[in-house]
Design a binder for this molecule. Structure first.
Ligand code: PLP
Length: 413
C-alpha cells in the first residue's frame, strides 16, 4: 500500500535523489562553487527580485535581515501567531521582542489588529503568507509607510504565489524564502534573502561574506536525507522497520531534524546563521526549475479537494473563498474539523501521515515553549482555537489524484 505523508521529503523525485547521490561523492564541491551564484541569479530573474543572497535556512535569512537593519536589543517585531519557532528564535537571539497579533480566518495576520500594537519600539512587521495563501499585503505596506516600519515578507510557504499579478516577496523592503524539507521546493535546508534597499543590501552582503560554510558533516547529513528517506525509510514505512530506521538515523546524527529540541526552548543552534553550501544550492536550483510544475500540481490537487469537500458540512475549508486578486500556491490545503485528532488517527491507520507539526499550538511545532517565545496564552484566541481543529491535506508532487481520492474517501466515510 502506498504511503502518503505531508512531511517525509515530500518534494523529492527520482532525479532529485540521483542528484543528491552524485553530490555525496563530489566532496570537493560541497562548500564553495558555481551553483551558489547560479541559484541567486536565477531566483532574482524568475521573481523579478532585485538582489538575492543565499543562506543555510530561512532562519539564517531572517537573522541576516535583522542584522542588516541594525536591529537592536529591545526592538519589537510584529509577527502573527500561528507561526513557526524558526521565525521567533532569530528575533529572540538578537534580544528583540516578538509582539503577537491574532490571525484572521485565512491563517494570516489579522491586518485590522496591527495598528493598535505598534509602539515607539516597533521596528519591523513580518508578513507571513501561510501555506501559500498571500496575506493582505497592501494594508501592511500602508501601515509600514505610515509608521516608518520595515516590512519583511516571510515567503517560506509562498514561492510563486502572487497578488494582483505581482509575486509575493516583491512588496517589502526585504523578503525571504525557505528551501526546507517540506517547503515549496526543497534542498532539505536552505533559504534565500532578497533586499530592495541599497543600504540594507550592503550590510546583508557583508554579513553573508563573513559567515562560514557549514561543516562537511552538516552538509552530508542534508545530502543523505533525500537518499535515505526515499530509498530506505519510505519503502519500509508500512512495516515498522521504516519508522525504526528513521528514528535511528536521526538519533545517530546521520539525518538532521527540521527543528531541534533547543529551538523549541528558544535557542538557535550554532550552525545558524551560515552560508548555503554549493551542494545544497545545486539541489535547490534543480528543484527551482520544477517550481511551475510543482505549483500547478498543487493547484490541481487543491481544486479537487475543494470540489469534493466544499459541501460537506463537517469540514470548513480554510481556502474556500479568497480575494480574486490573490493567486495562492496551496503549499498545503488546510481544513477545520471538530474531530481533527480522530481524523488524523484514522488516516494514520490507513498509512496516511498528516501530522505536519502545524497543530495544537500557536507557535509550531507544538512542543515549543510558549513562555520562551514570550507568548501569553489567551492573547491570540482565534489562532489558539483554529490550531486545535486544523488538518492539513497534502498537495505536493508525490500526491496523485488517486491519493487525493483516497484521502477524500476517508474524510467522507
Ligand atoms: C512560516 C515560516 N517562516 C520561516 C520558516 C523558517 O524557514 P527554515 O526552516 O528554512 O529556517 C519556516 C519554517 O521553518 C516557516 O514555516
Amino acid at each position: 500500500m502506498k504511503i502518503i505523508s505531508v512531511s517525509l521529503s515530500p518534494n523529492t523525485e527520482k532525479d532529485d535523489v540521483n542528484l543528491a547521490t552524485s553530490f555525496i561523492f563530489k566532496f570537493w564541491q560541497w562548500k564553495k562553487g558555481k551553483y551558489i551564484p547560479k541559484l541567486e541569479n536565477r531566483f532574482s530573474e524568475m521573481f523579478g527580485l532585485s538582489n538575492c543572497l543565499t543562506f543555510n535556512s530561512g532562519r539564517s535569512c531572517l537573522l541576516a535581515a535583522l542584522n542588516a537593519i541594525d536591529f537592536k536589543e529591545g526592538d519589537e517585531v510584529i509577527v502573527q501567531s500561528f507561526t513557526c519557532n524558526a521565525v521567533i528564535n532569530p528575533i529572540l537571539k538578537l534580544g528583540g521582542r516578538p509582539v503577537y497579533i491574532d490571525i484572521a480566518e485565512d491563517l494570516n495576520i489579522d491586518v485590522n489588529k496591527i495598528e493598535q500594537a505598534i509602539t515607539s519600539k516597533t521596528k519591523v512587521i513580518i508578513a507571513q503568507h501561510t501555506f501559500g495563501m498571500p496575506c493582505d499585503i497592501d494594508k501592511i505596506v500602508s501601515l509600514c509607510k505610515k509608521h516608518n516600519l520595515i516590512l519583511i515578507e516571510d515567503c517560506a510557504h509562498a514561492m510563486g504565489a502572487k497578488i494582483n499579478g505581482q509575486y509575493c516577496g516583491t512588496f517589502g523592503d526585504i523578503s525571504f524564502f525557505s528551501f526546507g524539507r517540506d517547503k515549496v521546493i526543497s534542498s532539505v535546508y536552505g533559504g534565500i534573502l532578497s533586499i530592495n534597499n541599497a543600504d540594507f543590501l550592503k550590510k546583508a552582503s557583508d554579513f553573508q561574506n563573513k559567515l562560514n560554510y557549514p561543516k562537511n558533516i552538516w552538509t552530508i547529513r542534508q545530502l543523505l536525507h533525500p537518499v535515505l528517506v526515499n530509498l530506505l525509510v519510505f519503502p519500509m514505512y508500512n512495516i515498522i522497520i521504516g519508522k525504526i530506521l528513521m528514528a535511528l538515523f536521526v538519533n545517530l546524527g546521520i539525518l538532521s531534524k527540521a527543528v531541534t529540541k533547543d529551538e523549541n526552548q528558544g535557542i538557535l543552534p550554532n550552525y545558524f546563521p551560515q552560508r548555503l553550501p554549493n551542494a545544497l544550492a545545486a539541489l535547490a536550483l534543480h528543484q527551482l526549475e520544477k517550481l511551475e510544475k510543482f505549483n500547478s500540481h498543487r493547484k490541481e490537487i487543491a481544486n479537487y479537494y475543494k470540489k469534493e469537500l466544499e459541501n460537506d458540512t463537517r469540514y470548513k475549508i480554510i481556502f474556500k473563498e479568497y480575494d480574486n486578486k490573490k493567486e495562492p500556491i496551496f503549499m498545503k490545503y488546510p481544513l477545520l474539523s471538530e474531530n481533527s485528532k480522530e481524523i488524523m488517527e484514522k488516516m494514520r491507520m490507513n498509512k496516511i501521515y498528516l501530522n505536519d507539526g502545524w497543530s495544537d499550538s500557536t507557535i509550531m511545532p507544538p512542543m515549543t515553549s510558549l513562555e520562551k517565545m514570550i507568548y501569553s496564552k489567551g492573547s491570540c484566541l482565534l489562532a489558539e482555537s483554529l490550531s486545535k481543529k486544523i488538518v492539513s491535506l497534502p498537495t505536493h508532487i508525490n500526491i496523485s489524484i488517486d491519493d487525493a481520492e483516497k484521502i477524500v474517501y476517508l474524510l467522507k466515510s
